[in-house]
Every structure is written in C-alpha cells, then in structure tokens.
Design a protein around this ligand. Structure first.
Ligand code: SF4
Length: 463
C-alpha cells in the first residue's frame, strides 16, 4: 500500500478538524515552538495530525445520503476519481489496514459492484468535468485479478470524460508485479504505479512481515521501470525497527538505481500490532520522533545532491514523468468522486465516506443503491483552507494572495511567524513565508496552525 503505509493513522486524523474556538485572537500555545538548539528534533513535542485541515458538521444515515445525492446533482468542474479496493494478501506489522483477501469469487463480484457504481456516478451532473486524476487505492489493489482491474478501467474510459493527460494510478506491492501481471496492468491503461516498498533491507522487511527479500523486490522494481511505459513511484518509511540512517540512505540509492520516477518518504507512526510487538520486545524499538528528523534531513540532502525535485513535504520526483497530482488533490479536498466500500471523496468541500462493508456493498449495488454513510460539511473557511494546504504542502505561503483572494488578514499569525523564524523553521521575505528544511519536517504542524488561525480569523469577521 502507498501513501504512509499506515492507513489507520490517516483515517483517525484525516477527516476531522479541531473544534473552532470563538476567540478572534485564537492562537493555541501548542503552535509556538519550544526554545531549543535542536529545532529539528525538539521544536514540538509531537506531530499534531497526519493531514492538516478543518471540517464542519458531520451527518450520517439518511441525512448524509440525501446531502450526497444533492451534491451529485450539481454540475461540477474538473475532478478526480478514487476507486477503493479494500483487499490485501499481506499483514504488515505497522499497517492498520484490517482487511484480507476473501478469494477470487468475492473480489470479482466486488469489482462488478464498483463497475455499477462508476456507471451510476458517470450519469450525474457532478461528473461532467474532465477527470484529471484517477487513483485505485486500498488495501493492495494490485492483488486483484488483472481482468477485474481491466473491467473497471474500461468502465471509466467508456463512461467519463478524461483529460488527455489524466494521471491513472494503481497502488500495490512489488510482489504482485510479475512480468505477466505488469503487462496486463499496462494493457488496461494504468500510467502510474505507486508501490509500497517501505524498506529494501531484507532484515527490516522480515521484521515488518513483508514478503519479498531485497534482491527480489529490487529486481521486480527495476524490471517494471525498465519497461519505460509508465510512471513508477515508491514509498519508503523511515524510523523503522532495525533501520538506521545509513540503511535508509542505502534504500534511497537503490531506488535511484532501479530507475523510479518518484519517491515518497514517510515517517513511521507506531500503533496497533507494531506498538504491541515493540512493547513485548519482539522487535527493536523504532526511532523516536526527535530522531526521525535526522532521516528526513538525510533524505532531503540526498535528493538535493541528486537534483531530484521536491513536489510536496514528503514527495520527490526523479524524472519529469512524475507530477504527483492525486495526493495534493485529496489534501486540498478538491472534487473527487469515490466508488467502493470504504471509499472517501470530496464534493463542493463536503467529505463523503462509505463504511468498508464489502458484502453489504455488493448487495446494495445489485439493487442500484449507492448511498453513502457519512458526509461532513465544509468549514466556513474551506476555500481559504484549501489554498493554505495546497501552498504549504509545497513548503511556502503567499500571505498577500491569501488576503486578496480569501480575505484572510495575516495579522493574527504574526506572533507565530516570529516564533517560527526565531526557531529556524521559516524564512520571511516580503509577503511570503518559506519553510526551511527543519520547517518542512514539521510542515504538518505549521500548516494546521495557519489553518486554525486563518479559519478563526475569518469566522470572527463573519460573526
Ligand atoms: S501490503 Fe497490505 S498489510 Fe502491508 S502495508 Fe499494504 S495494505 Fe497494509
């Protein structure tokens, strides 16, 4: 699986924001840095969230379904499609994904149900805009039968209007990319593969429950890159049990050698089975937060030396093929039609989510019922928040533009900005804030701080 490789951590923090206080001078002290000579390790005691943002009121049941159908009936603009395939044949120690692989018959029936939902969505006015990016996520979508994936791709190609340069990503693990299967994935039209390598190191991989060893994983990856027919990106996690900065740097060099087009580096979040295994002494203790910054800087320096381009706080491009459209799209909560059990999307700033109940989803789809289970309305400051998240994901913020386009007065942020500059997390020039390397490591905290302060600023003015 891609992104952080740690789906539960995302799910817990990704869709909810902090409650909005009513004080216009809102500035929680937790966003001020600790005075320290080591801002990389100690500026904050923790990362406050996995994805920065802020949501409004949650709705469930028939109320959520009714809001969802109203949103689908409104004509929309450019959009993404997210297809959720909640199956996996692995069980990695650090992963919160609770699904399994229930067998070919059920996963094929599930694919047919998703096909029906895609056809349903395609008829809706909300689906009229060009599709800019498509993402098959999970779980491990690459474990499905290639024929089932091809069925879904054909359905999308025949029913939606795709932008000519639409990014079409299949998430997976390298074990599934055998020569025969990768040809089938390519033939069905995927143009980007996002592969959760996490670590190449065989000992580290074994501790985590990964299947392939270093040689197998790197040979399969190099074979996929050598085909030169699609964009190949991988995820690597830092701070893993048994890993040190040298092992991590060796992973980066091997990814480079294999010829990947892009790479995400994610810090390890310790919870669930991994936490229990560490507490029981079954695996070595992973790096603490104050050490994880060393990995981040080591990677950033490596990419600088190698002239890779930083596209977001955690994502780097080695080739011009990689554009990284989907992940920032979702973080900004731009329009995204979602299909499948456990799928989450965004429409007009509303977050939509369906429970991951596979059998129930199949049965409902046979009756033509594509209701969803939850909707969260947008924060009143949603357009400004989307703008802030989009720019800060790239490591900067233009206050003048924020003010002129969204009416956010930067005044209430001043105390934070001075504090961050004194701690070496940001540089201030004119009307723009740029994160330093240390600031990029703490980027999610800085973004959440600006989001909360700006949202409160706008709400105060609107009262
Ligand atoms: S392969 Fe499966 S268990 Fe392992 S990280 Fe991906 S989704 Fe989780």
């Amino acid at each position: 699986m891609s992104e952080s490789g740690q789906k539960a951590a995302k799910a817990m923090t990704g869709m909810t924001g902090m409650p909005l206080p009513s004080n216009q001078n809102y500035l929680p002290d937790r966003y001020l840095t600790t005075k320290t000579d080591d801002p990389l390790g100690l500026a904050f005691p923790e990362k406050f969230t996995v994805h920065a943002g802020q949501a409004g009121t949650p709705y469930s049941g028939s109320e959520a379904a009714s809001i969802y159908h109203e949103l689908l009936d409104k004509p929309g603009g450019p959009c993404a499609i997210y297809v959720h395939l909640p199956f996996c044949q692995g069980k990695c120690l650090y992963c919160g994904f609770a699904g399994s692989f229930p067998g070919q018959e059920l996963t094929s029936n599930y694919a047919k149900a998703v096909k029906r939902e895609l056809e349903f969505l395609a008829q809706k006015p909300a689906a009229c805009g060009p599709v800019r990016t498509i993402y098959f996520g999970g779980g491990t979508p690459s474990c499905l039968d290639p024929g089932d994936l091809a069925l879904l791709m054909e359905t999308i190609f025949h029913n939606f209007s795709l932008a000519n340069d639409c990014e079409i990503t299949l998430e997976g693990r390298i074990h599934d990319f055998t020569p025969e299967r990768r040809q089938a994935f390519l033939a069905s039209g995927f143009n980007r593969f996002s592969i959760g390598i996490q670590s190449f190191d065989t000992l580290v991989r074994r501790k985590l429950g990964r299947v392939s060893d270093k040689q197998t994983a790197s040979e399969l990856l190099a074979g996929l890159c050598d085909l030169n027919r699609a964009n190949v990106i991988i995820d690597l996690i830092y701070g893993l049990p048994g890993q040190d900065v040298e092992t991590f740097l060796a992973d980066l060099a091997l990814a480079d050698q294999c010829g990947v087009d892009g790479l995400d580096t994610y810090q390890l979040n310790v919870f669930g089975d991994l936490k229990r295994a560490v507490e029981a002494g079954r695996v070595p203790a992973p790096a603490e937060l104050k050490e994880q910054g060393r990995y981040y800087i080591a990677a950033a320096n490596y990419f600088t030396q190698k002239h890779w381009r930083r596209l977001s706080l955690s994502h780097y491009a080695r080739s011009t093929r990689e554009r990284n459209i989907y992940n920032p799209w979702a973080k900004r909560r731009d329009r995204c039609l979602a299909a499948g059990a456990g799928a989450g999307g965004f429409l007009d700033g509303h977050a939509t989510y369906r429970l991951p109940v596979v059998e129930g989803y199949i049965l409902r789809s046979m009756e033509g019922n594509f209701d969803i289970d939850f909707v969260t309305s947008p924060s009143p400051a949603a357009p400004a928040i989307s703008f802030i998240v989009g720019q800060m994901e790239e490591g900067y913020l233009d206050f003048e533009e924020l003010n002129s386009r969204f009416g956010v007065n930067p005044g209430p942020l001043e105390r934070l900005l001075v504090n961050w500059r004194e701690s070496g997390l940001v540089e201030l020039g004119g009307k723009t804030m740029t994160m330093t390397m240390e600031g990029l490591f703490w980027g999610v905290n800085l973004t959440q701080a600006v989001v909360d302060t700006a949202a409160n600023n706008l709400q105060g003015e609107n009262r």
